[in-house]
Every structure is written in structure tokens, then in C-alpha cells.
Write a protein that binds this ligand. Structure first.
Ligand SMILES: Nc1ncnc2c1ncn2[C@@H]1O[C@H](COP(=O)(O)OP(=O)(O)OP(=O)(O)O)[C@@H](O)[C@H]1O
Ligand SMILES: [Mg+2]
Length: 575
């Protein structure tokens, strides 16, 4: 089965109960709607007969009014419930997609423009909502059409056949013209997604734009993106739509004229009573409504297929957890082994090349090397963000691919180079690391990370909002908050990627004391360009050209007079 049909069937299955209710109400409504033209045709015929009593006529008119009211009520009820169902299904799919989006690997997030994906999903959600809303009205519309045609065939089959024939021509034209329209709309959609991707990228990087005073140029770019790029596509698909509407109008009017002429002819011949004449045109009107709606449904189905494909393509991307196992180690000691690890972001360039490394449990290991050598990459492999191209990473002797990623990351805390926080209070950000932490524990953690004093100086202390990504804090303050979060998490494995890079000498001294406390009893990996941070590590490894070229403690490596010695003397010289 095609993914789109499968998707629609799934929606039908998941909302069976509500759909049955809507369809039942709507079916009652359509049966009533079909009986109305018949009734007023009869009233008209009876009115022409002198013997008909006024009371009978008024009773029938009263019945007609009641049926009209019920029909009105049911159609409003169907529309209301259909709308709610549509919105619910659209939002549910959007939620599932966001959830799935979060579970996709880092490599996906690093390579995609977020704005493009988000725009794609919210547009798809609305199309889907509209589609489901219309879907709930299909069955009754179809019933009205069938019943009305059957009654017309009984009353005057020649006229009914002409009506059916005009419907067929109408449907043929729609199917023929819809293809190019949808293609044009799909193209328009893609252009929107791409352009919104670009615009969001600009909005995310507003500081970069301001730094280079490019606001005016970007305003022009945004205008160009949204107007100049998309309008021609909009125009093209609108033109195609317009053509379709013209053909629809021609067919409708032509068939109406033919039907009217023939009806007059049959009326004159005496094959059609005046009441039947009126009844017939009542049915023609009744039929065209559902028929238009069914064609609209067809158009929507085609259009939603594109939206649904967007959801399904995203869903087909495998969440990272699936590539891993579900093993949990009861008492993780924190021993990490790299066995012949080769890894590159692209196939032709290895960042790490056949690397072997042993980190014992509770050991602190510093990683040193030139910028861009692959230090952060090594850490991202430990976090399970990427799969090595070759070799194995072991935790307490167990291959990472067998471990449950969620559990593994719960055992680690990282203070990364690029610290980001939620647009929330200091306290809530801290609690994110450990929701169960008490206020006493939180203050102990911020004190250990030298963060407490600056937090107390913020306008609302722990209740201060830190701004999007934490922009209202200085980089050093953010770094200290991240350290406090690492303290709160009480991890088995601690990873510090340049933890003191943004600090002044005084704060660095304090934070280093905090770090020394945090390191105790934990496997720790520290990346630092500053040797004051590196010196105390149990083991220092020097990375160069994808390989470990030196291993030892500070004293040993200095004595070796190799690369480490060179970096060190360069920095000491600089200092
Ligand atoms: N997502 C990515 N896609 C492609 N290449 C990447 C990606 N991330 C990093 N690289 C490349 O991999 C190499 C190693 O990067 P990495 O971030 O590990 O360096 P680093 O040693 O941490 O440097 P620094 O000291 O500057 O932080 C660099 O050449 C970088 O350009
Ligand atoms: Mg790095």
C-alpha cells in the first residue's frame, strides 16, 4: 500500500469512534436533505389541484420547514465536529513529528536548516487538518449524490442521464487539469520552505547581521526571498486554478442550459408535471453541491498527499536510539576504551584515524591538540552522537552500540564549548539537570561552580530569565551555570570541553577549585588549551592528525620534549 493511503487509513482507524458519530449525524442529514426537493415538488403539484385542502398544504409546508431546520442543524453539527477532528489530527501529527524531530541524530540537526523543517511541518499540519475536516463530510455527500440521482432517474431518466453525463465530463476535466496544478503548487511549496529556511537562518543569526551592519541588505534579501522568489510561482499556480474554474463554469452553465431546455420540452409534452419540474431543479442544485465538494475532496487528497509525504519522509529518518541497543549497566564504573576508532564526517576525510585509547574508571584525562584536530569530535563519539566508521567504543567493556543511549547520557554530564540555555529562569535551567534537586543542593552546586555570587547580583536572582539560549548572561556566566548543572547531575562520567576558556583569572581559579572537587571519584575528560587546567590531569593525551601521538602526565610529557612540550613552551612564552 502507498504510504499516503496507509497514513489516511491509520487516521481513519485511530479516529473511528468520532468518524462514526460524524458520519451517522451527516447521513441522517443527507437523507433529510434528499427528501426536501421531493417534498416541495409534491407541495407544488398538490397546490395546483383545487381539491387539496389548505390544512394539508400547511401541514406539508410545516413538515418542510422542520426538515429544513433539522438538515441545517445536522450540517452545522457535522461541520463543527469535522473541524475539531481535523485540527486534532493535524496537531497530533505535528506533535508526533516534533517528537520524532527531537529523537533524530545530531548529524541530521547539524545538516538541516531548522526553519525549513519547522515551516514544512506546520504547513503540512494545516493542510492535513483541512483534509480531515473535509474527509468527515465525504460519505454523506456521496450518499446525497447517489440518492438524488436515483430519485431523478425514477422521475425523469433522460434528464438524469444528461446530468450524469455532464458530471462525467466535469470529473474528466478536473482529473486532467489537476495534475499540472498540483505540480505547480508543490513547486510553490518547496520554494516557500527553502525561502523560509533562509529567512529563519537570518533571524537566528541576528547578531552576526548587526555585527556587520547588514540589516538593510538583509531587509532587501528577505523581500527578495518572500516576494520576488515566490510570487511568480504563486502566479503560475493561480493561473492554472483560474483556467480550471473557467472550464468548470462553462461545463456547469452548458449542462444547466441543456437540462433546462429539455425540462421545458418534457413539461410541454406533459411528461413532467410542474411540481416535478421544480423538484428536478431542486435536485440538480442539491447534486452540484456535493459534486463540487467531492471534487474539492479529490483536490485536497492530492494536495494532502504532498503534505503527508512530508510527514512520512521525516518519520522514515531513523531516530538515533534505534541504532543502539537497550542494555543498561547496573553499576557503571566509568572505564572507557577506544579500539581502532576511525571516524570522519565525510567518507573521504577521517578526523580520527585508527585511534586507540584507554581511560580507566575514576581517571581524569586531558586531551590536548591543535584547534580542529578532533577533540570535540572524540567527545561526541563518546556521547554516542555519531557512529564510528570503524572500531569499537567500550564502556566497562561493553560496546556502546549495545547500550541504551538515554541511559548512557544520563550517566554523563558535559560542559560543552557552545553553551545554550532555555529562555527560562536561572532556577528552572538548573533544575533541568536534576529535577529532583532541592534548593540547598542547587545553591551548593552554584557555589561550587562560582555561580552563586553572580546569580545573587542578577535583578531577580534565581528567578531571572536568562533570554533565548542564555543571551542575557555573559559567556563566562553561562559556563559557570553549565558547570553547576554538571554538579547537580552527579554523573559517573564528566566531560569538560574548554570549561574555563571564557573566564578571567580570578573566576578561573575559583572554578578550577570547584572542578577539582567535581572530578573526584569520576571518570573525567577535559579539553583545554590552557595548561593550567591540563596540568593536574592523571593522564594527558596529545592528538595530532587523527592519532594519539603522546600519552603521559605533565611531568613525563615535558621531559619527552615532543609536541606537548612545544605547545606548553609556546603558551608559557606567550603568557
Ligand atoms: N558536523 C560537522 N560536519 C563536518 N565537519 C565537521 C563537523 N564538525 C566538525 N567538523 C570538522 O572536523 C574537524 C574536527 O573538529 P572538532 O570540532 O572536533 O575540533 P576541535 O579539536 O574540537 O577544535 P577546537 O579546539 O577548535 O574546538 C574539523 O576539521 C572540523 O572542520
Ligand atoms: Mg572543540
Amino acid at each position: 500500500m502507498k504510504p499516503v493511503s496507509k497514513f489516511v487509513l491509520n487516521i481513519l482507524k485511530e479516529n473511528k469512534k468520532e468518524l462514526i458519530i460524524i458520519t451517522t449525524i451527516a447521513t441522517i442529514g443527507s437523507l433529510i436533505a434528499v427528501s426536501i426537493p421531493y417534498l416541495y415538488g409534491k407541495i407544488f403539484d398538490l397546490a395546483l389541484i383545487p381539491q387539496t385542502t389548505i390544512s394539508l398544504l400547511f401541514s406539508l409546508i410545516f413538515l418542510w420547514a422542520i426538515l429544513g431546520l433539522i438538515s441545517n442543524y445536522t450540517s452545522n453539527k457535522t461541520a463543527y465536529r469535522g473541524e475539531i477532528l481535523g485540527v486534532k489530527v493535524g496537531l497530533e501529527e505535528e506533535c508526533k513529528s516534533y517528537g520524532h524531530f527531537l529523537s533524530l541524530p545530531i548529524s541530521f540537526h547539524k545538516s538541516k536548516k531548522k526553519g525549513e523543517v519547522l515551516n514544512k511541518l506546520s504547513r503540512a499540519s494545516w493542510t492535513l487538518a483541512y483534509f480531515c475536516e473535509t474527509l468527515s463530510g465525504v460519505f454523506p455527500q456521496f450518499l446525497i449524490l447517489i440518492f438524488a440521482i436515483i430519485i431523478m432517474l425514477i422521475v425523469q431518466w433522460q434528464l438524469a442521464l444528461i446530468l450524469i453525463f455532464s458530471f462525467l465530463i466535469y470529473a474528466f476535466v478536473i482529473v486532467k487539469l489537476m495534475g499540472p496544478i498540483l505540480k505547480a503548487q508543490d513547486k510553490t511549496q518547496l520554494v516557500y520552505e527553502r525561502e523560509y529556511g533562509n529567512i529563519y537562518d537570518k533571524l537566528y543569526n541576528v547578531f552576526l547581521i548587526k555585527n556587520f551592519a547588514m540589516e538593510d541588505k538583509e531587509k532587501i534579501n528577505i523581500h527578495h526571498s518572500l516576494i520576488s522568489k515566490t510570487l511568480p510561482y504563486e502566479r503560475r499556480s493561480a493561473k492554472k486554478w483560474n483556467n480550471l474554474s473557467i472550464y468548470q463554469g462553462i461545463i456547469y452553465n452548458l449542462s444547466f442550459v441543456i437540462l433546462l431546455s429539455l425540462a421545458i420540452f418534457f413539461f410541454r409534452k406533459g411528461d413532467l408535471t410542474a411540481g416535478q419540474f421544480i423538484m428536478f431543479f431542486g435536485y440538480i442544485n442539491l447534486c452540484f453541491g456535493p459534486f463540487f465538494r467531492l471534487t474539492e475532496m479529490y483536490r485536497l487528497y492530492k494536495k494532502s498527499s504532498i503534505a503527508i509525504k512530508r510527514f512520512t519522509t521525516l518519520k522514515q529518518k531513523v531516530p538515533e536510539a534505534m541504532k543502539h541497543g537497550n542494555k543498561i549497566l547496573e553499576n557503571l564504573k566509568g572505564k572507557i576504551n577506544f579500539e581502532n576508532i576511525t571516524f570522519g564526517y565525510s567518507k573521504d576525510k577521517a578526523v580520527l584515524d585508527n585511534l586507540n585509547l584507554e581511560i580507566n574508571s575514576g581517571e581524569s584525562v586531558a586531551i590536548v591538540g591543535r584547534s580542529g584536530v578532533g577533540k570535540t569530535t572524540l567527545i561526541e563519539l563518546i556521547m554516542g552522537y555519531y557512529q564510528p566508521d570503524n572500531g569499537r567504543i567500550l564502556f566497562d567493556g561493553v560496546d556502546i552500540s549495545k547500550l541504551e543511549l538515554k541511559w548512557l547520557r544520563e550517566q554523563m554530564a558535559i560542559v560543552s564549548q557552545d553553551i545554550s540555555l532555555f529562555h527560562d529562569t536561572v532556577l528552572n535551567n538548573l533544575k533541568y539537570a536534576n529535577p529532583k534537586a532541592t534548593n540547598i543542593e542547587i545553591v551548593a552546586a552554584t557555589k561550587a561552580a562560582s555561580a552563586h555570587d553572580f546569580i545573587m547580583e542578577l535583578p531577580k536572582k534565581y528567578s531571572t530569565i536568562v533570554g533565548e539560549k542564555g543571551v542575557k548572561l555573559s559567556v563566562g556566566q553561562r559556563q559557570r551555570l553549565a558547570l553547576a548543572m554538571a554538579f547537580l547531575k552527579k554523573p559517573k562520567i564528566l566531560i569538560l570541553d574548554e570549561p574555563t576558556a571564557a573566564l578571567d583569572a580570578e573566576s578561573e581559579k575559583k572554578v578550577k577549585e570547584g572542578i577539582q572537587k567535581l572530578i573526584r571519584g569520576r571518570t573525567t575528560l577535559i579539553i583545554a588549551h590552557r595548561f593550567s587546567t591540563v596540568k593536574n590531569a592523571d593522564k594527558i593525551i596529545v592528538l595530532n592528525k587523527g592519532k594519539i601521538v603522546e600519552v603521559g602526565n605533565h611531568r613525563e610529557l615535558i621531559a619527552k620534549r615532543g609536541l606537548y612540550h612545544k605547545f606548553y613552551t609556546l603558551q608559557v612564552g606567550l603568557d
